[in-house]
Design a protein around this ligand. Structure first.
Ligand code: ANZ
Ligand code: ZN
Length: 817
């Protein structure tokens, strides 16, 4: 036949792989180096889409390449299977979320198998399985024991649509990351992970990731952690015993403080407000709660606020300055209170103008400056009292001097502040991991004993799951009512479930030993496989999932459970698949369905198209690529193997040298290309190799030339990383047994990598006894060795004593005997 049947070979080789299991990790062979290839596990919301197609194709190139290179490769797959979409679907369909979830998992699993991704299916996991979430609960309890999981009351982000709280990380531009509703605030008592304890280490350890993670992801994490160096300054407040503390990054501007601002929704505001001002304050607080954090921080917004009726004392000047509540100050940053310096801070300037407050400049503006607040550098002015003078000092020196003075007086200190907040993990929804805590009237928060884990979800369906603002679990009376594990009294289970980001913060550890029944993972297996060598996934996880996983790893490290501090050594963010220059969407009608593409062109052609489209991190515009072209190329490649007639094992050295050069150069270059993740160029090189092979066949040498066989074998091996089905078929056409994925990486003959060769004459006693084709840059030493090993030369040297070897690389070797 002149072509192969795409569907038939997909069915054929899938069955062979199921039988042969060439992709299961070994993990026992200590002699072999290991590699861990990880792809962000899918959420089971429907069938696979184009984005999955891309990420799996790219990820699999590397996993398969590593296997060819002889590594023992761990390449697992599982599902992030708790979460809201399943719950919302269950409410609509009057079902339990498990139905939707596990149906979709089966659909996706089938599609992934058909897609030929070289996953080790024996390690499959689902975070919604009790065997999995038992250990999520176990890990929560280890955090709880160490004070890393705790409960506190505070104003939290509330999504009015999903009727649940959100972590700061899940609020995008003031809106719910999931549904887009405008997020409001509510005061609730919630569970938190103390990720702030790790802020500095999360920053410091990024050094290990430099150059191995995309720079923009590191930058996003750095900004999110948001380290600021500055000072706490204590302000005495009239009628109050204890002072009120502010955090400032500009203590040098202290002499310019003309008023004082607290966040309306902070505890301190409610404490400070006088009875006369309470009415106005309460009304303002209500308005504040309607505003999103983004709005509050916007520089464009008019600066509103209310006077609280009290004054604070500027510690440097002794002046009494009025205290306001204003929404541009946030409750959960720094101390929730700010010393306002309108001369140097634009928001304070705007507020001062709006409320007719004095402005004092404490930094000399540069020549010609005629703006509002001066935020630039310059010498301090108007900044002296009897004890300390900053006048004339530049900002850094002035900061140091004023902090020294404050520290001496005991009214301030140097400090470092982080923007990072603790991770709010409670969710008032059903389809998540139950929090394994019992609330006892006398003992308080009591951990469910390890041997009673998992705390399984009660079976609820339909309307029982509908959002009511409290967790649906609270209504499951039989489940909620329990006894205290400590004292035996009547007690209630915690009715919140965990943020699903908790589930995904440790799944990569579970993959190392998914069958372990007495621990979340086996320490030996984790030691063997971790850390992950390449993690592939979308940049949308730059902060949330990646930061949380880094935090978990560090916490587990401190518990002595793992011996490394960073989970993912390298990270690759694939681009997006778009169509006609725009993100695919229902409303634009430009969606491309992965399943339909596969039906039309076959798995291999779709995968090759995605890999060939460009560098992995670039977006792929489906309007610019050609799956039809890809499938034509694959047929061409296959035809070469199909035509190769000679027996396997033929000596390639007798073949066409030009083709052999191309083949060996391709292998050598591709090795480099795979290592530097330029998979699209690998495909280009394989295409060139196929063209060169075809040329050799057609130029008369024919398919019987052993160089053609060699080229075809290399083509099959390289193609197996991108188009696995046709690669197997080619390998079989070439007379080899399955599977091409179990082949070793082709050996490169270095002498074939040089372009031009020079003929070197080898003389023995002045007579020409041999000729060598060598590289023009060959060294004297190498050339001498080659010359003496040349068979005819060796024969003439037999029994003789070599007196001298004269080497004139690269042209002449003369052996004197
Ligand atoms: C006085 C001052 C003068 C400030 C000046 C800045 C410039 P970063 O760099 O983000 O850490 N601030 C402190 N707590 C705040 C809160 N809860 N809500 C809003 N603003 C707050 O910002 C630190 C600066 O932001 C602090 O330094 C404080 O204003 C303000 F010329 O203090 B600064
Ligand atoms: Zn008790």
């Amino acid at each position: 036949a002149a072509s192969y049947d795409v569907r038939a070979i997909q069915d054929k080789w899938r069955a062979v792989w199921d039988e042969l299991r060439p992709f299961d990790a070994d993990g026992t062979d200590v002699g072999r180096e290991r590699r861990y290839a990880l792809t962000m596990f899918p959420y089971p919301s429907g069938d696979l889409h184009m984005g999955h197609g891309e990420v799996f194709a790219l990820h699999d190139v590397l996993a398969r390449y590593w296997r060819l290179k002889g590594y023992d490769v761990l390449n697992p797959i599982g599902w992030d299977s708790f979460g809201l979409p399943a719950e919302n679907a269950a409410i609509k369909r009057n079902e339990n979320p498990a139905t939707f979830t596990y149906d979709n998992i089966e659909t996706q699993a089938e599609s992934i198998r058909r897609y030929g991704v070289s996953f080790d299916w024996t390690r499959r996991l689902h975070t919604s399985d009790p065997e999995y979430y038992r250990w999520t609960q176990w890990l929560f309890l280890r955090m709880f024991e160490r004070g890393l999981a705790y409960r506190k009351a505070s104003y939290v982000n509330w999504c009015p649509n999903d009727q649940t709280v959100l972590a700061n990380e899940q609020v995008v531009q003031g809106m719910c990351e999931r549904c887009g509703a405008v997020v409001t605030k509510r005061e609730l008592t919630q569970w938190y992970f103390k990720i702030t304890d790790y802020a500095q280490r999360l920053l410091d350890d990024m050094e290990q990731l430099e150059g191995r993670w995309p720079e923009r992801v590191l930058t996003m994490q750095r900004n999110w952690i948001g380290r600021s160096e500055g000072a706490f300054v204590d302000f005495a407040v009239e009628g109050r015993e204890s002072p009120v503390r502010v955090f400032t990054t500009r203590p040098d501007t202290l002499f310019g403080v003309t008023f004082f601002v607290v966040a309306p929704d902070s505890r301190i505001a409610a404490e400070l407000v006088t009875d006369e001002q309470r009415g106005a304050f309460d009304a303002y607080l209500e308005r504040t709660k309607q505003a999103t954090e983004i709005e509050r921080q916007s520089t464009e917004r008019p600066k509103t606020g209310v006077f609280l009726g009290v004054h604070a004392t500027n510690p440097a000047t002794g002046e009494q300055v009025p205290i306001y509540a204003a929404d541009y100050v946030l409750a959960d940053y720094g101390t929730g209170a700010v010393m306002a310096v309108p001369g140097q801070d634009q928001r304070d300037w705007d507020f001062a103008k709006a409320h007719d407050l004095p402005i004092i400049r404490t930094v000399e503006p540069s020549e010609g400056f005629d703006g509002d607040a001066f935020t630039g550098a310059g010498p301090a002015i108007n900044s002296a009292n009897e004890e300390v003078s900053l006048d004339g000092l530049e900002i850094e020196a002035a900061k140091s001097a004023i902090i020294d003075w404050l520290e001496q007086r005991g009214t301030g200190e140097r400090t470092i502040n982080f923007r990072l907040r603790d991770w709010l993990l409670s969710r008032q929804r059903y389809w998540g991991c139950p929090i394994p805590i019992v609330h006892c009237p006398s003992c308080g928060e009591v951990a469910v004993p390890d041997d009673q884990l998992p705390v399984e979800l009660p079976y609820l369906t339909g309307a029982d799951l509908a959002p009511k603002g409290t967790s649906p679990l609270a209504a499951a009376t039989d489940w909620v009512e329990t006894t205290c594990p400590q004292c035996g009294a009547d007690a209630r289970r915690d009715t919140d479930t965990m943020d699903t980001f908790v589930d995904s913060s440790w799944y990569y550890l579970r993959y190392c030993s998914p069958g372990t029944t007495d621990a979340p993972f086996s320490p030996e297996d984790v030691k063997h496989w971790m850390p992950v060598d390449m993690y592939v996934g979308g940049v949308e996880h730059a902060i949330l999932h990646l930061l949380y996983s880094r935090f978990f790893t560090k916490a587990l490290h401190d518990m002595g459970l793992v011996d490394f501090t960073e989970p993912f050594t390298a990270l690759m963010n694939q681009g997006q698949v778009i169509n006609q220059g725009k993100a695919m969407s229902k409303s634009l009608g430009n969606g491309i369905d992965l399943g339909e593409q596969i039906e039309a062109f076959g798995v291999d052609a779709v995968r090759l198209t995605l890999v060939f489209a460009g560098p992995p991190e670039d977006d792929i515009d489906w309007a610019d690529v050609s799956p039809a072209g890809a499938s034509k190329f694959l047929q061409r490649a296959w035809r070469v193997s199909h035509e190769v007639a000679s027996e396997p094992g033929t000596d390639a050295t007798a073949g066409d040298v030009a083709l052999r050069r191309t083949t060996h150069k391709t292998v050598a270059e591709c090795e480099h290309l795979y290592d530097s993740k330029r998979f699209n160029v690998v495909v280009a090189r394989v295409m060139e190799l196929v063209n060169a092979t075809r040329k050799t066949i057609d130029s008369g040498a024919g398919a019987a030339d052993p160089a053609v066989r060699e080229a075809a074998e290399v083509t099959a091996i390289l193609l197996s990383t991108v188009a696995p089905y046709v690669a197997e078929e080619m390998w079989a056409e070439l007379g080899h047994g399955p599977s091409v994925s179990q082949q070793a990486w082709p050996t490169v003959d270095p002498s074939l990598l040089v372009d031009d060769t020079v003929t070197c004459v080898v003389q023995v006693k002045g007579k020409v006894r041999g000729k060598l084709e060598v590289s023009p840059s060959i060294s004297d030493k190498e050339l001498e060795a080659l010359a003496l090993a040349e068979p005819n030369v060796a024969r003439h040297l037999e029994g003789a004593e070599i007196r001298k070897v004269i080497v004139r690389a690269p042209k002449l070797v003369n052996v004197v005997i």
